[in-house]
Design a protein around this ligand. Structure first.
Ligand code: ATP
Ligand code: MG
Length: 434
């Protein structure tokens, strides 16, 4: 993309309404624009990142055997009356009435709708287990939308749902998602720690929130230091194998958010205790027959008896992750994108746009890199170009200036370390396309 043509409305001033760094940087880097409180438009740069995150989430869900589908944003109120949540959900639910006076709502989550879909077609244990997911906009009329996309009212969520015949099988589905989550966040350059979470009416320990550590996090987190160094399962992971040992390892050490934290555990943890702030980026939850029973999602088991299907749900805050990644990775000058989620891998900086040799060299890089490059071909001062490129945070900068070009060299600079290397044009081309 040529910057002279790109729609990138960057801001020089720090927007006064933004309280935290990710919100400030997203506005300054021209990634989002607020439509109304907690509701945002995603501008081209922000949208590229959102799509990259979504793709990683999708790949890891698919790898775990979860099947993608798409449910609507608007749902009928009837289903929520069946589960009893229509009244319970309170003011966070955006309620709508259509021209026929039928009650609808903008979905804050999808347990009811997926249970309805399941009960309409699955009648036997033979069709189980099933893992289904979608990536869809949700609406929750939060009392205090804030921190930009981190606590919005309209936000993009990946939500998966598991269906199993019994607890043992439900546990296997839960373990798959547990591990898919470890891998998903790791691939985005994040250290997400699974924390014991409130498990609701069923009890048990099958509810975990995945939190990344960041000073601006809304939740207090307490965990054993060693968890920060645990290795995440690699590409050779076989989802068909017994995953329990991996889950046991990750849950063997203490990790809790403030609402579950037990201060009595602190002395025994001693020096190993990490007290920090965290951002919840995902939540996995086993809830048994909470919806299947009242909504009549029964299947016949191997013995011919009817049982309410065992369910779990598994959410990832896709749009929240954009902010969370920035909270975890930035400096004074701007964003530092981890490569897997960067909107472009390379920024090509033409220090003298009116110098034909510089322009020739830049065009060469731009042609070779295609959609991996954002090419600053504007007629602007070098200082402005450096500042904008640092703000936007692409992992690599290729700096092309008249002095270097005369000697046949360019600079390749890492946004993260700030280290730059002077290289011949050809070896730089080889490096970035190799
Ligand atoms: P929170 O405790 O932060 O309010 P929650 O427990 O209500 O979140 P879940 O119902 O578990 O959220 O939703 C799954 C995921 O969706 C969360 O882990 C979070 O990443 C994301 N999410 C929830 N609410 C919001 C929001 N208002 N804005 C952006 N992302 C959200
Ligand atoms: Mg939660």
């Amino acid at each position: 993309m040529r910057l002279s043509e790109y729609f990138l409305p960057t801001l020089k001033e720090t927007p006064a309404e933004a309280q935290i760094v990710s919100h400030r940087l997203m506005l300054r880097a021209g990634m989002i624009r607020q439509a109304s409180a907690g509701i945002y438009s995603w501008l081209p740069l922000g949208f590229l990142v959102l799509k990259k995150i979504e793709r990683i989430v999708r790949e890891e869900q698919d790898a775990a055997g979860c099947q993608e589908m798409l449910m609507p944003t608007i749902q009928p109120a009837e289903l929520w009356r069946e589960s009893g949540r229509y009244d319970d959900y309170g003011k966070e639910m955006l309620r709508i009435r259509d021209r026929h006076e039928r009650d609808l709502l903008f979905g804050p989550t999808n347990e009811e709708l997926i249970t309805e879909i399941f009960r309409a077609s699955v009648k036997s244990y033979r069709a189980l287990p099933k893992l289904l997911y979608h990536i869809q906009w949700k609406f929750r009329d939060e009392v205090r939308p804030r921190f930009g996309v981190m606590r919005g009212r309209e936000f993009l969520m990946k939500d998966s749902y598991s269906f199993d015949i019994d607890f043992e099988s439900a546990k296997r589905s839960y373990n798959k998602m547990f591990i898919a989550y470890l891998r998903t966040f790791h691939r985005m350059g994040l250290k997400a720690i699974p924390m014991q979470a409130e498990s609701g009416p069923i009890g048990g320990d099958m509810s975990h929130e995945f939190a990344i550590l960041a000073e601006t996090g809304e939740t207090g987190v307490f965990c054993h230091r060693d968890l920060l160094g645990f290795e995440v399962p690699g590409d050779d992971l076989d989802y068909g194998s017994d995953l329990q040992p991996i889950v046991d390892k990750w849950t063997s050490l203490y990790a809790a958010t403030d609402d579950k934290h037990d201060t009595a555990r602190e002395p025994e943890l001693g020096e190993a205790l990490v007290k920090a702030r965290g951002i919840e980026v995902g939540h996995i939850f086993y809830f048994g027959a909470k919806y299947s029973k009242p909504m009549g999602a029964f299947v016949t088991g191997p013995d011919g008896a009817e049982v309410a299907v065992e369910m779990g749900s598994y959410g990832i805050g896709v749009s929240r992750l954009v902010g969370a990644i920035i909270e975890a990775s930035h400096d004074e000058a701007g964003i530092i994108w981890p490569e897997p989620v960067a909107p472009f891998a390379y920024g090509v900086i033409n220090l003298k746009a009116d110098d034909p040799t510089c322009t020739d060299v830049c065009e060469k890089f731009y042609r070779a890199l295609g959609s991996d490059a954002l090419y600053d071909d504007r007629d602007e001062r070098a200082g402005v170009k450096f500042a904008d490129m640092d703000l936007v945070g692409l992992p690599w900068q290729i700096v092309v200036g008249p002095r270097g070009v005369k000697n046949g060299t360019v600079e390749l600079k890492s946004r993260k370390t700030g280290e730059s290397e002077e290289m011949s044009i050809d070896s730089a081309l080889n490096r970035v396309t190799g």
